[in-house]
Design a protein around this ligand. Sequence first.
Ligand code: SF4
Length: 351
Amino acid sequence: MPSWFDNLADSILDGGVITEEQAVAMLATSDRDLLALIAAGSALRRRHFGMTVKLNYLVNLKSGLCPESCSYCSQALGSAAPILKYSWLKTEEAVQQADIGIRGGASRVCLVASGRGPGTRDVDRVKDIVTRLKDDNDEVEVCACLGILKDGQAETLQEAGVDAYNHNINTAESFHDTIVKSHTYTDRTNTVAKAKAAGLSPCSGLIVGLGESDEQVVEALFALRELDSESIPINFLVPFDGTPMEGQWNLTPAQCLRIVITARFVCPDREIRLAGGREIHLRSLQAQALHVANSIFLGDYLTAEGQAAEDDIALIRDNGFTIIGHENDPDSSRTPTLRKRGAGTAQGANA
Ligand code: SF4
């Protein structure tokens, strides 16, 4: 017999919408229902995105040294996390880094800089990088993520060739001031609105696992729908040692998956991206999550390493998906590795 969420998926496929109460109930479904819930979410994914996966590649233009106080962030003022810290990459190096991701299969490059927001000189730096990138790869989308925008900066970026602007709301308005004091939730939503008004595709998402309630996850997802976020990255808290969130592991892999599925139900036709922390939170459920989400970051994150890029590609292909822009590439990943350890050798066994 179909469950209530199967019926809800059918209704959404016919143009219906989920209510906040249903979304909260979805987050509270049992692990026994997980497989059926994945199937319901994947029907929505397939309607809007078929079997495609979009690959995105991060270039951290400026790392650490941020004056803001976001308690989840390893780059924040007061963070003692031993991350890489450097000021702006030169244009040449930024373009080289982006090229590595493009060659690896990314169709979107995300140019990110830590800080409250860009100055005029910073916007000029990004303009140079985008111009160079677009000269060589006009089909690649460029997303900038530079913090809170002042009036006119979104227009300048759009005129320079930037396609999208990322500024995550991160969490619900009702929880925001618990996790950061140096700027407001409205600062964040205003920047998303400015990007949209300037013709940039709004990209805004979440970090889950901060200690928010299920109701607050739902509040944030509905806010993203209202904001018209076209790409929704879902980050799972990476609780770096040396930050206020050190040691906070509030999520199970199954709950992470339920959050991804609920995001799909709330925003069925938006890009749902598995973002930072997916490997350590979803763990062996990454493949199931990809049947609901339609986008991932390739390789590493801003300050944390991701899994090997070849494992990302295998995750996609082994589950029958194709990478946007690389639909006909041959699968060259099947090279048997001869055993040189365990029985008959002096090396330890693989166990
Ligand atoms: S999230 Fe952004 S603004 Fe907040 S501390 Fe980190 S780099 Fe700075």
